[in-house]
Design a protein around this ligand. Structure first.
Ligand code: SAH
Length: 205
């Protein structure tokens, strides 16, 4: 998976490559599709949600430009895989999921695998986590019409936010750096994520 899907597509950050080799992706997918865990695609995890394609997880992690001492906020825990990848690199991961059973499943996995630096919250992540702000990095792993304002406010000066931004069913990967009260935005590749549902996201269908 790492050689053909990640390194060959241009991921260069050594730490990201190492971590993608280390985190057991098969333990984050439903048991009946465990054999597909290392396939080059997103997979269903129940409740209409998905675990992202391995390359996309690696890309978003690389775009965050992590050094290791960061406090990171993730919106959209899902399977917990992206949070585990982050937790291998940084000091603190706070991850928010709106679907309680997914959050609970992920929490169990973190305990079983010994991740002590991940905290899971069940709420609308578009409002962020003001009580833990500011964050050095923010990653949104669901499609958003724009960067929710609370998240921009909760990002540290000079911090980076990575998110799929655009329409409900098609987006561009956005990397944005906070400069004063502005975000310096760079749009990268086209992507397709499940929608971010909440006050500053999309309405439930
Ligand atoms: N990072 C995940 C991928 C998650 S898919 C992984 O590694 O598996 C996107 C997730 O975002 C879904 O689980 C969905 O329920 C969640 N989500 C959507 N809107 C949300 C919101 N407003 N707050 C928190 N989570 C949200």
């Amino acid at each position: 998976m790492v050689e053909t899907q990640i390194v060959e597509r241009g991921i260069r950050d050594e730490r990201v490559i190492e971590v993608m080799k280390k985190v057991p992706r098969h333990l984050f997918v439903p048991e009946d599709i465990m054999d597909d865990a290392y396939d080059d695609r997103a997979l269903p995890i129940g409740h209409g949600q998905t675990i992202s394609q391995p390359y996309i997880v690696a890309l978003m992690t690389e775009l965050l430009e992590l050094k290791g001492n960061e406090k990171v906020l993730e919106i959209g825990t899902g399977s917990g895989y992206q949070a585990a990848v982050l937790a291998e690199i940084v000091s603190e991961v706070h991850t928010i999921e709106r679907i309680q059973p997914l959050a609970e499943e992920a929490k169990k996995k973190f305990e079983k695998l010994g991740y002590k630096n991940i905290k899971v919250y069940v709420k609308d992540g578009t409002e962020g986590l003001p009580e833990e702000a500011p964050f050095d990095r923010i990653i949104i792993t669901a499609a958003t019409p724009d960067i929710p304002e609370p998240l921009q406010l909760q990002l540290r000066e000079g911090g980076i936010i990575v998110a799929p931004v655009g329409k409900r069913y098609s987006q561009y990967m956005l990397k944005a750096e906070k400069k004063g009260d502005k975000l310096e935005k760079h749009y990268l590749i086209p992507v397709a994520f499940v929608p971010l549902i909440g006050k500053y996201g999309w309405k439930e269908e």
